[in-house]
Design a protein around this ligand. Structure first.
Ligand code: SF4
Length: 138
């Protein structure tokens, strides 16, 4: 099986704070499957570390008030391009991220409050018919 995963779940230090979200279940998937890692925020040209962002009324903003919507959407488009080329059977993404969140994300108030709805990349991949799972669903 071919699986595309959020790079931070595979241990890549691409999180906003320079760390990762290494996940045991994803590591096990990597043993038996072909795995492609992507970090949409890096693919969109954002640096690591970076100021955390949330989707505020449909627009992605950093905590210090900068609009980074274009970078997030460019990263999502690049992930879609990779998915179309690689045709993964499954895409596993990190929970709650404004890019990768599948079921829910932070609500744009930077208060740690969650709301239902996907991140920018997860949304685009689902709209284009890919089979997307939140890592918590594994
Ligand atoms: S954009 Fe996705 S892959 Fe990149 S650090 Fe955030 S959750 Fe992980």
């Amino acid at each position: 099986m071919k699986i595309m995963v959020s790079a931070c779940l595979a241990g890549v230090n691409c999180k906003y704070n320079g760390g990762n979200n290494l996940n045991e279940k994803v590591l096990r998937l990597m043993e038996d499957n072909e795995v492609i890692t992507v970090c949409p925020e890096q693919l969109g040209g954002l640096p690591t570390p970076r100021v955390p962002s949330e989707i505020c009324d449909g627009v992605v903003m950093t905590r210090d008030g900068r609009v980074v919507d274009q970078e997030f959407r460019a990263g999502a488009e690049k992930c879609l391009e990779i998915a179309r080329r690689e045709e993964p059977d499954l895409i596993v993404l990190q929970s709650r991220s404004p890019s990768c969140g599948v079921h829910e994300r932070y609500d744009g108030t930077f208060s740690g409050t969650l709301t239902s709805g996907a991140g920018v990349t997860a949304q685009l991949l689902m709209e284009n018919g890919f089979h997307v799972a939140d890592v918590k669903d594994l």
